[in-house]
Each structure stands twice: as C-alpha cells, then as structure tokens.
Unconditional design. Structure first.
Length: 491
C-alpha cells in the first residue's frame, strides 16, 4: 500500500464537535495523529455545535477527553498544548439563526483544504450541507465525511445521499465505517492478495464455510432511544458485517485503487442471495438480552434499560446464514452474527477449510483447519492445523495454532481505526470508505430481511446477558453439523 505523507494544511470542521463521538473517538485520534507527526502544523480543528462554548471551554473538554482515552495513556504535555491550540469552537444552529454560518465563514482560511465532518444524526446531514453551500463555504476541493448509520432503510439512505449529492460530488463524499480502519481488516487484503499460497485455496473447492462475528459485552447504555429505532441488523449487519464479508469474498482488484477495490466489493453485495419470506425464518435468528451476569456484575435486560419502550421488539442480536451466487463461492455458506451483552468482546473472521478428501491416519480427526483473522482484541492472524502430538506409541493428531500477533511481531502500537480513517480523509484517499452504490446495495439486501421479520411476526429470542447468545444461533449453524468457532482467545 502506498505510504502517506503528512496531509496538506486543513481546516477540519466537526459538526457535533462537542458530542459523544467527537470526545470519545475523533479528538483523541487527532491528538495521536498530531503526536506521531501526521498533522501539518497549520491544520486546525473547528468544533461546531449549538452549545455556545468559548474556545477555552472546548479545550477544557478536549483535554479531559484526550487524557482519559485508553490509547493515549499519558499525554505528552508539549504535544497536548500544541494540539489544544489547534482547537476552536463556533456556534451554529442548523436551521436556526443564520449568523452562525457567517461566524464559521469568518474563521475558515481560503488557503487551507476544507473537511466537513458530520458527527450528527444523518437526517440533518442535508440541512448542514445546504447551509455550507448557501454560506459559500464549499470549495471544489472540500470534502464531507458522513457517519453511519446512513439512513434506516434504502429509501432514507437514498434521500440522504441525494441531499448531500446536490452539494458535494461523489469524489468529495466519504462515508465512514470505522471497522474498515482496523489494521487487521486492511491486512486481510494483504494476506489475500500479496501471498501466493492462499489464493489457490480461497474458493468453494477448499473452503467449507466462513463465520464473521462481532460481539460486545456492553449493552445499549444511554443509547436506547436511538438503538430502539435501529437494532442489531441496522446498527451492525448492514454496514460493519457486510463490509467484512465483502473484503473476505471479493475478487482481486486490478490495483490497490479506490475505485477498483470498491468495484469488487459492490460485486459481492450484488451477488448475495436474497433472504426473503420463509428463508428468513430458516436462515436468521433474532435475539434480545435479558438480565444476567457480565464479568461478575449483574446487569439489566434490554427491556429494563431506561430510555425506550418496555414492550420493544428490537433485536440486540442477529445470526444469519447467506450465500454468494458466483463461481468462486457457490455453495459456501457465510454465517454472520453480532450481539450485545455477550460473554466476551471480540470481532473476527473465521475461514473454515474442508476436511482432507482421504485420511491415511485411521481414527484421527480429518479437520482441514481454520484461518482466524482477529480484529479485536489482540489483533492478529491465527491458523489452526493438525500436527502429531509428541510421544511414543499410537500416532495421535492434535489441532495446534500458528500465531501472528501484530503487537508482538511489529513491536509498535497499532493505530486506532479512526486515526487511520481521519488520516485518509485529510490525505484525500477514499479507498476505505463506502461508495454510494455500496451503501444502497447493502440496504437493498437488508430491507427484505427486516420486512420479513415483521410479516412473520418473528419476535427476538431472549438470551441471558453474559452468555454466548440465543440457542437459536446454535441450531442455525448446527443444522448442517457445523459449530461456531469458540476457541478461547489468547490473552
């Protein structure tokens, strides 16, 4: 992959700049980029909100956010002062008093690049973009960054894309999915397309099935009001898990070029077999966490969480089986699952190889092994294979791991996902961002599943918080004699 230089001096304008996303992710990631020398000395961060803060107020909030971030640990005083000096606040009431737009225009420098980061609900993205255009702030080289969820179905996603597309071209639009910024996700492309030994095996002849898992130990917390309008299907499957599926299953692009990579991802989404009608009953599982024990603490069930209706039918867990209708993957099931309040947090892709066609070791296991790409925790690659257990007497085979830990191998800190993606935005590289047709293709596949759940009145199956999920997920994969990959991750 091409090495990036320090991006040009930029005015990074963050709408929602005092909100949760900005404080938890964006500002700490920008501090880390600054600390590691990836920001031009003239780059500034302008937080936009309705809060009426002074620059000093904003810097105080940012100071606490940076120093409390797990990846920062101990902030370097000189770097922290330099970073905080980059920050300023502008009050803008979108749809309200137009004076705020003039104030924003007054702080932007015509000699800097402009990036507008919309860390806001998608329904106001269009209004913000129109406000920027009416104030004359959209230059030909300006870029806009949009956070997920991009709509709640195909129609709303198309509406948001159309509104933003009236102001910004597709080349100027960056739809972010933070999973694509993870080091292991990017290494998946290198693993597949820079190593000759894997490609001959990467097809239906040698691969039995693929599992993609994103599990969290946390619940909805204070987000129940939002989450109850989304659920796990919209919040995780439609974007994060389908993007991981695309990178796992895509054909080799002609080059590591943004359009070539995104073209191949789109083809995977277009080849996904639809899940409709009775197939949804057979090939999907909805779950919802109840009371339980998570890491030694009793927690509330989803229906008891404050901030939403007590009779909600929203799912906090989804497992599903799908297939890709093309030559490479015909007949290979892809199992996707995601859930909150699980027994442990992990995100991983498991490629399960077929058994050997004939074993010469009577009574021995014939497993073909698994390739596990761990996104979190402990980013790395884990290959299981059969080997002879030491000892005299009968030949005994045992499954053993070959481990690649990124932290141990490269002896360097892996950047946070938002660090990499913010760096790409500032550098004008949209390879790891979703194109409009990708987003809409994902919704086009997802919408019928959600509609069928309602038509079939498929209510979520309750699972205890702190468990591995609903029993239906085991039945889903177990129908064909398969099991979920549950090997304990190294700590």
């Amino acid at each position: 992959m091409p090495q990036q230089s320090v991006p040009r001096p930029t005015d990074l304008v963050v709408f929602g700049g005092t909100g949760d996303l900005s404080m938890r992710k964006l500002l700490p990631s920008l501090y880390l980029l600054d600390r590691d020398g990836h920001l031009d000395p003239r780059t500034r961060v302008i937080a936009v909100s309705r809060d009426g803060l002074t620059d000093a107020d904003l810097r105080g909030k940012a100071d606490a956010a940076v120093q409390g971030h797990h990846a920062v640990r101990v902030a370097e005083p000189g770097v922290l002062r330099r970073f905080l000096d980059r920050l300023s606040h502008v009050t803008v009431d979108v749809g309200g008093d137009p004076a705020g737009w003039a104030d924003l225009a007054g702080v932007l420098d015509p000699d800097r690049d402009r990036v507008f980061y919309l860390a806001v609900p998608p329904m106001i993205s269009g209004a913000i973009c129109r406000g920027l255009a009416d104030a004359g702030l959209v230059t030909p080289d300006a870029r806009v960054v949009m956070e997920k969820p991009l709509g709640r179905d195909l129609a709303s996603a198309q509406a948001v894309n159309a509104e933003v597309g009236e102001i910004f071209t597709e080349e100027q639009t960056y739809r972010i999915d933070h999973y694509l910024g993870k080091e292991t996700v990017q290494n998946l492309l290198v693993l597949r397309f820079a190593n000759v030994f894997l490609e001959p095996l990467w097809n239906s002849r040698w691969i039995d099935h693929v599992q993609i898992t994103a599990a969290e130990t946390v619940g909805v917390g204070g987000r129940k009001g939002y989450y109850d309008t989304a659920g796990a299907m919209r919040d995780m499957v439609q974007n994060h898990l389908l993007q991981l599926l695309c990178l796992t299953a895509m054909e080799p692009p002609a080059s590591y070029d943004r359009e070539a990579v995104r073209d191949e991802k789109l083809k995977v989404l277009q080849a996904l077999k639809p899940l409709t009608g009775e197939r949804v009953r057979e090939d999907t599982v909805r779950g919802r966490y109840g009371r339980g024990d998570v890491q030694g603490s009793e927690v509330l069930g989803y229906l008891e969480e404050p901030g939403g209706p007590a009779d909600s039918t929203t799912e906090t867990y989804v497992a599903l089986r799908t297939e890709i209708a093309n030559w490479r993957w015909a007949g290979v099931p892809f199992y996707l699952r995601t859930g909150k309040r699980m027994d442990r947090a992990r995100s991983e892709i498991v490629v399960r190889f077929r058994d050997v066609p004939h074993t010469i070791f009577p009574g021995a296991a014939t497993g073909g092994g698994s390739l596990v790409i761990r996104l979190q925790p402990d980013e790395g690659i884990h290959l299981t294979m059969l080997a002879k257990a030491p000892g005299a007497g009968a030949l005994r085979l045992r499954s053993v791991p070959l481990e690649l830990s990124f932290a141990d191998t490269f002896a360097t800190r892996a950047p946070e996902a938002y660090e990499r993606l913010l760096m790409d935005v500032l550098a004008g590289d949209s390879t790891l961002f979703m194109r409009r047709d990708e987003v809409e293709a994902a919704w086009r596949w997802t919408d019928p599943v959600i509609a069928a759940w309602a038509d079939l009145d498929l209510v979520p199956e309750t699972y205890p918080a702190g468990s591995a999920g609903p029993a239906g997920a085991d039945r889903l994969i177990g129908r064909t004699g398969r099991t979920w990959y549950e090997e304990e991750q190294p700590r």
